[in-house]
Write a protein that binds this ligand. Sequence first.
Ligand code: F6P
Length: 552
Amino acid sequence: MSSIPPLPNRRTRGDLTAAWAALQQHFDEQGKNFDARDAFATDANRFETLSQQAPYVFADLSKNRLDTATQALLMDLARQSGVEAHRDAMFAGEKINNAENRAVMHWLLRTAESIENNDSNTPLAGVSIASSAINNIANIKTDLALVHQTLTPMLAYAEQIRADAQITDIVNIGIGGSDLGPLMAVLALDSFATTGKRLHFVSNVDGHELAAVLKNLKAENTLFLVASKTFTTIETMTNALSAKAWFEVNYVDKSNLLTKDKGISRHFAALTTNVAAANAFGISTTFGFWDWVGGRYSLWSAIGLPIAVAIGAQGFRDLLAGASAMDEHFRTAPLESNLPVKLGLLDVWYRNFHGFTSRCVAPYHSALKRLPAYLQQLEMESNGKQVDANGELLPFSTSAVVWGEPGTNGQHAFFQMLHQGTDVVPVEFIAVKNARHNLPGHQQRLLANAVAQAQALMMGKKDDGGHKNFPGNRPSTTILLENLTPASFGALIALYEHRVFVAGSVWGINSFDQWGVELGKVLAVDIEKRMSSGDLSGLDGSTRGLLAKLKA
Ligand code: F6P
């Protein structure tokens, strides 16, 4: 144990704390036999005690295998692992992404324009920061000014596109964080879309995707947004090159004033930290961001341009403001009433003590249909790590598998397994109280189903252990929004970001790198070359066999 070097940023790996051992003992003695039904029977206030209102988001944790004693031990774990110090280091702009020597400041993208150190409403107020970070405050102010200097023209451009009658279709070309966030948000906020424009998202290198979009487009009515933090991602570059080639063939300059770049400057824009590469590609309209914005945390940056085109500049500002309210909650609320902290600690409790391997996300709102896919990247790319921030192999499990589909559809697919399967899978129900449609009866029926599923999972049903027996005590969390608006949606996503931060913090990992995606990228380049050359030497038997079959 003593050979393990201390983690950076005043952190202690969770398993090395006394609280971890106390939690293990608590689990062995009580936690593993905990039954939420018994807990409700003995505690009339359980719902009130284990639910919480945070900005725009209410969460009921009372159907979980959790009680106040467990929560208190989990809070000890958070404190002893240095979650607060780590959080403060993030908000102080310290380089907590140590593997890449970068700060982690996606929260700054949604911070209001002016901050003063002594103002209690600032992101830096009341934060106990290391002396090295004090120097960062000036940098943060500079960065904040840059954020707004970029945001204002980006939103003006979005409004310009919205007002441009000639542009009927916008195609976002990007993958991972440059696709999942904007796509999810555009779908989620569809009822706030005040433009008749069609938004398309092309991510896969599979040409079927781009071809299916292009076949319905007219070049002169189309705007391509090439979204890539690095502007090197192979899928995005392949799609962008094909889109450009298609555009050059199909573009007819109706004004007969053929511009030097044949319309590229008007019909292509790039959203990237690598403006030089975008320029070299031939795109002159660019909106930048910075290396301290991780790809999966980038929907708040220029990567959010499609969202701003869909819901307008004010809608985008509302989205940022909602997220910022959640940032403030995470930054300032005591751990005991801090929702991202509670949810992140619940994830640790389930993963490391109960041994649950996955979590199901079931949004009971069809507009949130891409939330599970977005969360897969956010959670599994952030916390799917086997080493701590120092590169030491971890002796415990990290990220659960996150998966899900909207309700009620999931009820007619995988809910059978959730109710009666051999594995316990915690479920997260996400419901929105008020609908934005006028169809009678639907909303009540939808919400009734969400509540009933959570009830059925917990209560179960005795039937002599036969086919109709439901064991019950299957944990779930219900997350409730009053309305799905840009602001509440922003708060919800920020809640998830911070929850992932908390779990990663306890696990002692760097949640902000993603080396695990590199090996496959490198090998794909080698395999592609071998497909051309036919050289199969030195390959394992299966890879060789598959390549031979693909060639035949
Ligand atoms: O899949 C790895 C990854 O680096 C993600 O983290 C990122 O969101 C995605 O690729 C796209 O990267 P970029 O925005 O640089 O094209």
